[in-house]
Design a protein around this ligand. Structure first.
Ligand code: ADP
Ligand code: ZN
Length: 630
């Protein structure tokens, strides 16, 4: 154990213990080694380069893809009393000069730059003259074309090992399947680097995928029943839908804003800043939004459209619950999603090899949607991680879906597709199956087919669910370049011949689910705690506004919750709250202690207090052996 590193963890960050791998990584980097770090979002990657950079005499250079977020990252570090700065195009010439001078004079622990800036001769020249501790390459999956956020500038990062071969490099990411990992290793010359891979699991995120029915109503009831007044992200595929959905949520009285690449840069920045600063804002966005957003208290991520791959789904849902408190990943999904994504894929200009990979990725995503066993096991399995038992915190674990023998039903569907000539879309085939009175059907003489009216036992909704499952599992294919006509596939034949059985999922109306793990609850449970919670939040908001930073930069929700739980009465006790380091102790303890004292003075003077002076008897403060609550 590196005692100096532990000292920084305790006294600067205010945390008690390292999480798995953090200490090893820090020591490895301090020893001059390179590292590839795969840790889930919220896992604590940043400390792995921040602490070595602080312990080393020189500067830690952090390469981070998003200029818009550097301010936020640096604000957070300055709140801890760490000398951090960024260099990017938002700075004036004199500000830039000032920071360059600070770097040159070795007055910084951490310097954030975007890859484009790093390549500039002026920047490289500056780095040549600086004492360097390390290079940290954040969001390292951006270097890979197989990754889902490829950034051409990242390819040029080979300059790091070529020009600065003796400076340790640490590449970090939260999502990389095996080909992406290989790419990172090759492109950044990390063959000799130590790999640190912690589990991908995000146990506090509850996964739920429901069938799409009336998506907007479904979304509204999800938000209103489970996340009223909370921060969340709603992902949609198109800009148009983003705009419309944000509008509709606003009409329903929710604080929602749109975000997509079609908005002006100024508006995007403004919306992003509001998302970080406000505690109840819902961002309705395309995938253009979210990378690098480390707002800790995003309570839900909702998908109104299907993501293109499991990586994208994992990355997007991973933006929920970075603070470790309960969060929801919620999605509505229907047949139309499958068609839309396949259409998008086939009409893209990518070459055949690329398309094949994309198809494969989409199949895996569909598999996750249709699965009737634990979603987390499947999700982790995709990243080659084995979870031995079902998780108990996903929809299929909490409400196991009913399955039924759909063999005969599938045969009816497949043969109806065949007999109508394999060129009609789902709605038409369903009409034929249900024997609907329809002039088009008569026009084609399909009312004389043997399959006309053989499927009256199922409703239109039920048939749509059957077709969705048949298409998702490739028992039927859709002509996505034409008019969406259905046709049989090589996999259809065994089902038609009765050689294979088919289990289908029965859709049920989705139910509200109750939280089980109380300790992870994102809101307090008793009315008195709720009052204190609001008072602490008000105090935090005031301090944040005074300094022009987001509230969570002052303290995370989890730190406020600890204040409620342990009710610190003085500075000494306040210091043992997780998330309180020396800098924050000196700057904020008086104000928060005053709120706590006032609260108990007002509300609990008769509650077991025998001292007679109106002060509260504090519950014993946590000691080092206590469990860490969430
Ligand atoms: P990511 O891996 O997504 O970059 P961060 O580095 O932002 O995650 O860490 C997520 C949160 O966990 C941050 O609030 C961070 O301060 C906190 N954290 C990191 N390490 C520890 C630790 N050892 N103990 C307690 N909290 C920690
Ligand atoms: Zn599960």
């Amino acid at each position: 154990m590196n005692l100096k590193a532990l000292d920084i963890l305790n006294n600067v960050f205010g945390y008690q213990d390292f999480r798995p791998h953090q200490n090893e990584i820090i020591e490895h980097i301090l020893g001059g080694g390179n590292a590839l770090v795969l840790m889930p979002t919220g896992g604590g990657k940043s400390l792995c380069y921040q602490i070595p950079a602080m312990l080393h005499s020189g500067i830690g250079v952090v390469i981070s893809p998003l200029i818009a977020l550097m301010q936020d990252q640096v604000d957070g570090l300055r709140q801890l009393g760490i000398n951090a700065a960024f260099l990017n195009s938002t700075l004036s010439y004199s500000e830039t000069r000032h920071i360059e001078q600070q770097a040159h004079d070795n007055e910084l622990d951490l310097l954030y730059v975007a890859p484009e800036r790093l390549m500039m001769p002026r920047m490289l020249g500056l780095l040549d003259r600086c004492d360097l501790a390390l290079f940290a390459i954040d969001e390292a999956h951006c270097v890979s074309q197989w990754g889902h956020d490829f950034r051409p500038e990242y390819l040029k990062l080979s300059v790091l090992h070529e020009r600065f071969p003796h400076i340790p490099r640490i590449a970090l990411t939260a999502t990389a399947d095996e080909p992406t990992r290989q790419d990172i290793i090759e492109r950044l010359q990390l063959q000799q680097a130590h790999r640190y891979i912690t589990g991908f699991d995000r146990p506090n995120i509850r996964y739920r995928i429901i069938h799409k029915n009336r998506p907007l109503e479904q979304l509204l009831s999800f938000i209103k029943n489970e996340h009223r007044g909370k921060s969340g992200i709603v992902y949609c595929l198109s800009r148009k839908k983003v705009g419309a959905t944000a509008e509709q949520l606003r009409e329903k009285g929710l604080n929602a804003l749109p975000y997509h690449a079609g908005l002006s840069k100024a508006m995007r920045q403004q919306h992003q800043a509001r998302f970080l600063a406000e505690e109840d804002l819902i961002m309705v966005a395309t995938v253009a939004f979210g990378m690098g957003i480390d707002k800790p208290d995003v309570r839900f991520v909702a998908h109104l459209d299907l993501p293109k791959s499991v990586e994208a789904y994992y990355q997007e849902t991973g933006r929920a619950g970075r603070d470790g408190l309960n969060a929801d990943a919620w999605m509505t999904y229907g047949l139309q999603d499958v068609i839309a994504l396949r259409q998008l894929l086939e009409s893209s200009e990518a070459d055949e090899k690329h398309k094949r990979i994309e198809r494969h990725k989409l199949e895996a995503m569909l598999g996750l949607c249709e699965i009737t066993t634990c979603r987390r096991q499947a999700l982790l399995g995709y990243f080659s991680e084995h979870l031995s038992a079902p998780c108990g915190n996903c929809d299929t674990c909490l409400h196991p879906p009913e399955t039924w023998d759909g063999t005969v039903t599938a045969q009816k569907a497949l043969s109806c597709v065949y007999r109508t000539g394999q060129r009609f879309g789902v709605n038409y085939v369903i009409d034929v199956l249900r024997g609907k009175d329809n002039p088009r059907i008569e026009g084609f003489s399909h009312h004389r087919l043997s399959t006309f009216g053989i499927g009256k036992e199922l409703s239109v909704q039920e048939w749509r669910s059957v077709f969705r499952q048949l298409v998702a599992t490739d028992l039927l294919a859709i002509d996505v370049q034409g008019y969406g006509g259905l046709h049989l596939t090589p996999k259809s034949r065994p089902v038609l011949r009765g050689e294979s059985q088919l289990q289908l999922r029965r859709e049920k109306p989705s139910k509200r689910t109750n939280r089980q793990k109380i300790s992870l609850q994102a809101s307090p449970s008793t009315p008195l705690d709720a009052l204190l919670w609001e008072a602490l939040r008000t105090c935090r908001k005031r301090l944040a506004e005074q300094q022009g930073v987001p509230p969570y930069v002052i303290f995370h929700d989890s730190t406020l919750k600890e204040m409620i739980k342990y009710r610190p009465q003085d500075k000494e006790q306040f210091k043992s709250i997780s998330g309180v380091g020396e800098h924050k102790l000196n700057h904020y303890s008086d104000e928060f202690l005053a709120v706590i004292r006032e609260h108990f003075g007002k509300n609990e003077t008769n509650d077991g207090d025998t001292s007679g002076n109106g002060n509260v008897v504090a519950v014993p403060i946590r000691n080092a052996t206590d469990d860490h609550p969430s």
